[in-house]
Design a protein around this ligand. Sequence first.
Ligand SMILES: [Fe+2]
Ligand SMILES: [Fe+2]
Length: 298
Amino acid sequence: MVHSLRSDNPLVGVRPSIGAYHPKRDIGGIMFISRPAPDVVALTDAVPLPGLGFRPVNAYVLYAREPVLIDTGLRASSPEFLDELWSLIEPADLRWVFLTHPDGDHTGSVFEILDAAPGARLVTTSPGMGLLARERRIPPGRVLTLNPGESLDVGDRRLLAFRPPFSDSPAKMGLIDDMTGSCFSSDGFGAPVTTADLLQSDDIGAVPEPDLIAGQRLWAAVDSPWPSGMDRDVFLSTLLPLRDVDPPVVLSSHLPPAHHKAEALLDTLANAQDARLHIGPDETPLRRMFAEMAPAHP
Ligand SMILES: [Fe+2]
Ligand SMILES: [Fe+2]
């Protein structure tokens, strides 16, 4: 039996609405390939979010002199991810597999990729390495530990590691390409999108601004709820380093590409400190939504 607390109890949280929800088939496993920035190809997958739309899940290939894969997709889509990845780059050419953090939506094919690409080394933080080792031990010679503040030399450029301002993992790192300025922000920015079409947007400007702001606030509340208890000035200071960089494009793990929008994304986060804890749909409406999303059988 399920007992309930009153909906105004602060232990409960709020249910968000970010716009009309359009039920679509489960598109997980269908990769969308795009070129969102110089030298970068994105592999975009998605997870359906009943009642909200879709959570984009992006991995990126950076065609540096020493090519880099940034994150490795969803476990559930591993065969499709690997098919697309190896159509973009030969396994023998891949030199680095940069894991922004060891969450399941970033580690989906990491072991298969390391097996297929013997010349590639995994790059992550030492906490990331420790967490990954729960699944499989990786030979030390295949790993390079990188910490925020350090950089990775990939032949023709350096990738500067930084700690994204909003974080759901102490192991998390983003990267800034010092040749192009592209910022790979991991989960540091994110939002669900309401339609499958928006997953294929070449710029975040395709997402209606109120939906983007509501989606970012929801993301902040779900993914990184702890800033709600922080001193306001301390919290705002965490956003300053990225404001100073003002990258020309933010390539998030969970947003369409954001060109010249870093300041706006940071402004939304600055105002998201008060975002209330989120709760999802209850059992009965959730079952109904899953039923709507199920593929039709002939
Ligand atoms: Fe994460
Ligand atoms: Fe993530």
